[in-house]
Design a protein around this ligand. Structure first.
Ligand code: CA
Length: 509
């Protein structure tokens, strides 16, 4: 293709404006809870939250937080890898992103849609170069291994890892990614041309090397006249977190001798669980991620890019780490699972500080970033997330705040004759407001209420008392009323099927 012609036709921003448009660097480690950042223990942050932060060492994030807008309540609506990623990329809730649950070969029902514009499609159309580095986990794995046509990229059944061919990359013109793979010191990637690279290096360190090389434009991988949008998706602190095969030894040493009671400081954590020693490796991984994020910040400084670059630090969901007595680190409405970091720095445009009022949902990230980049007019029709950019940069207009964040959990629905999951079942919905968390789980056969969780997060920040619904009827009625517009906005099957209409006051038509 003729690149000059291509840019003339598709560039939505005049050349002069394009040169001034901000770069965007979006860094999101996997499974990092909001509580695992050291600055929450310090002024001026500690008065904004009602939890004891993890005793984790994050010097770079602590500095960055003082330069950024920091949200106390960014919620991963469906706190599981693929669904969050689908919402992040498309600005739509899980019913319309295509990514209805975790992507794996025997779940063709969950797959990032090709027919809708992702955040990278919009940046690309606006004249940006777009780079994706690290874990994607938003595509249904198919037998399309570039080295072995007709085969999956792994032999495990069902396959989790996936290769994303160029036609499915949604505007990302630089690619160094994989689907999902959890051997942190032996990662692999497929590059822009589809060549596989097997690496002997801790994956966040390697991905940071690639990110810095991209920003420095080593090998002419991008057009230096264009702004760039780069996503860096680290896998740690995601499991495994069992040994120094999973994290850097220097980071592990910081936690190795500390008793578990000093590490698992949340009163809802059970230090006798088999998983408990993982806390040392989990926090070590966070510290390692902090150092790698700091290298990206240093590179922005040394390349002279820091002033005109929006930098975001977030995660796809959290990690329970022995809280609530459950082994599952995610996919639950608990704060450890849903509440993720959200820090946005844009020098001269976003005044640093804490925002403890905005409850941000996963689909809001895309339109908000586009708005901050001056591309609010290009937010695709059909985006369900809200553009809060005006709240960040003070430009005035921004979407009204929601009453809370929708909680979503889907399970497998129908299967075909081969056992592949071809529909999903919307097994639980709920709401996280500034005060309460409510989650309602239904029986797959009857559709009736099976179990509930209701917490007063103000009186009970560690969610240790599950309030019975029938003893809190007014609170439940109010929360169910507030769920209605959220379910409608998400085009959710609970809304269209009027699920639990005995509790949730859906309109008549
Ligand atoms: Ca994940």
């Amino acid at each position: 293709m003729n690149h000059l012609l291509d840019s003339l036709i598709f560039s939505a921003i005049p050349a002069a404006a394009l040169a001034a448009a901000p770069n965007v660097v979006y860094v999101f480690p996997d499974q990092m809870r909001n509580h695992a950042m050291g600055f929450w223990a310090d002024e001026p942050f500690r008065d904004s939250v009602n939890f004891a932060p993890d005793p984790v060492i994050t010097p770079r994030l602590n500095d960055f937080a003082r330069q950024a807008r920091v949200l106390t309540s960014c919620q991963s609506n469906f706190p599981l890898s693929s669904p969050h990623r689908g919402m992040l990329l498309t600005g739509r809730f899980s019913h319309n992103s295509g990514v209805s649950t975790n992507c794996v070969a025997n779940r063709p029902v969950s797959d990032l849609r090709d027919d809708i514009e992702c955040i990278s499609d919009v940046y690309s159309k606006a004249g940006y170069n777009c780079a994706y580095i690290g874990k994607l986990h938003a595509h249904h794995p198919t037998p399309n291994d570039p080295d072995h046509p007709g085969m999956y990229v792994e032999t495990q059944v069902p396959a989790w890892d996936a290769y994303t061919p160029p036609e499915r990359r949604h505007g990302f013109d630089y690619w160094y990614s994989y689907g999902t793979f959890d051997v942190h010191k032996h990662p692999h990637y497929w590059d822009t041309q589809g060549r596989r690279h097997d690496i002997e290096q801790w994956s966040p360190e390697h991905e940071t090397d690639k990110a810095i090389a991209y920003m420095a434009n080593e090998g002419n991988v991008r057009d230096p006249q264009k702004p760039f949008f780069m996503m860096v998706s680290y896998n740690p602190p995601h499991s495994p977190y069992r040994s120094t095969d999973d994290c850097m030894e220097q980071d592990y040493r910081l936690y190795a001798d500390r008793p578990l009671s000093e590490l698992l400081v949340r009163p809802n954590a059970d230090t006798t669980m088999t998983k408990a020693p993982s806390a040392r490796y989990y926090f070590a991984s966070v510290t390692g991620v902090d150092r790698q994020f700091g290298r990206i910040l240093d590179a922005l400084d040394s390349l002279g890019l820091a002033e005109n670059t929006i930098v975001v630090f977030s995660s796809d969901h959290g990690e329970t780490m022995c809280s609530q007595g459950i082994n599952d680190p995610k996919n639950s409405p608990y704060a450890e699972s849903m509440n993720v970091p959200m820090l946005i720095r844009y020098p001269g445009h976003i005044e640093p500080g804490v925002d403890s009022r905005l409850i941000m949902s996963s689909p809001d990230i895309m339109p908000t970033l586009l708005g901050l980049s001056g591309l609010g007019d290009m937010i695709p029709k059909g985006v369900e997330g809200r553009d809060y950019s005006g709240r960040f940069d003070g430009s005035g207009l921004y979407a009204p705040l929601r009453d809370g964040a929708l909680y979503i959990r889907n399970s497998d629905g129908d299967r075909d004759s081969l056992g592949n999951v071809i529909s999903y079942f919307p097994v639980a919905r709920g709401i996280k407001t500034d005060r309460y968390t409510l989650a309602l789980t239904i029986d797959k056969r009857t559709g009736e209420l099976k179990s509930s969780l209701l917490f007063d997060d103000m009186a009970d920040p560690y969610q240790m008392v599950n309030l019975p619904l029938d003893e809190n009827k007014e609170i439940v009625a109010d929360l169910c009323r507030r769920m209605v517009p959220l379910l409608r906005e998400a085009d959710d099957p609970w809304y269209s099927r009027r699920i639990l209409s005995s509790l949730i006051p859906y309109p008549d038509n």
